[in-house]
Design a protein around this ligand. Sequence first.
Ligand SMILES: *[C@@H]1O[C@H](CO)[C@@H](O)[C@H](O)[C@H]1NC(C)=O
Ligand SMILES: *[C@@H]1O[C@H](CO)[C@@H](O)[C@H](O)[C@H]1NC(C)=O
Ligand SMILES: *[C@@H]1O[C@H](CO)[C@@H](O)[C@H](O)[C@H]1NC(C)=O
Ligand SMILES: CC(=O)N[C@H]1CO[C@H](CO)[C@@H](O)[C@@H]1O
Length: 241
Amino acid sequence: MASHFNLFLTSLLVLLFHISPSASLTCSSQTFSANTRFTNCTNLPSLKSFLHWTFDPTKSTLSVAFIASPASPDGWIAWGINPIAPAMIGTQSLIAFKNPKGSMVVKTYNLTSYKSITESKLLYNVLDSNAESSDGVMKIFATLELPKNTKTVNQVWQVGPAVKDGMPVVHKFEPDNLKSKATLDLTTVEGKKNANANATSSSSTSTGQSGNETGGSSTVLKTETIAFSFFFFFGVVLLQL
Ligand SMILES: *[C@@H]1O[C@H](CO)[C@@H](O)[C@H](O)[C@H]1NC(C)=O
Ligand SMILES: *[C@@H]1O[C@H](CO)[C@@H](O)[C@H](O)[C@H]1NC(C)=O
Ligand SMILES: *[C@@H]1O[C@H](CO)[C@@H](O)[C@H](O)[C@H]1NC(C)=O
Ligand SMILES: CC(=O)N[C@H]1CO[C@H](CO)[C@@H](O)[C@@H]1O
């Protein structure tokens, strides 16, 4: 019994040590090549996704880098703005995936159905867009021109498992896939850099939902991190046996 408890304690300690590095794999530790810089970053509350962004109120342009892992290596990632509500239908979205030659492309879709999607222009001018993929992580870079005086936008993001005939295949409908939407507050003066506590608090502010709801989401994210660390730990233990 005691040895079980010790094992438990050891696991707990190892867990804690694993959490610190994985928790730092967030906004503050992600860097970009060359002279790409963003003023703000939000650790999104689901699907282990991140949004680095810079909003220029004078030009009303929003530059983003959306970072996520597709559900499988040949899958897709998507980020967009819904002018109507924080929901999938209506989202003016950018979807990135590999074309048959293996290079990354970004296409735009006005999402009108849960079943199929068609490439189309967006409500917003897309001034530039491109995508990258490495180590199982994809990034969408884009600059959108928003209507003048935009203060908040409904952002919606998603990851999917495959692309068939040049079309992203429908994503899973797990809880994490269904709650991947939030309000991005472009104006709030809050959320200083390099404070983890504040990374969370600023993401709850910018998600603009009730404190409780967002708290719930970040708890889920933490639980996942713990689960991941836990399995990782056991993986390591197994390897060492
Ligand atoms: C997106 O699709 C909806 C429904 O078909 C349509 O009402 C809307 O005008 C479209 N938006 C753009 C920007 O094409
Ligand atoms: C974005 O970053 C700027 C500069 O660091 C800061 O003044 C502003 O409050 C941030 N906005 C949000 C919503 O975090
Ligand atoms: C959070 O939940 C508590 C109890 O359910 C409630 O009293 C409080 O108003 C909620 N806070 C927010 C921000 O919704
Ligand atoms: C740890 C830390 O820096 N906490 C700060 C988070 O942000 C709030 C307000 O935005 C500050 O009051 C805290 O001191």
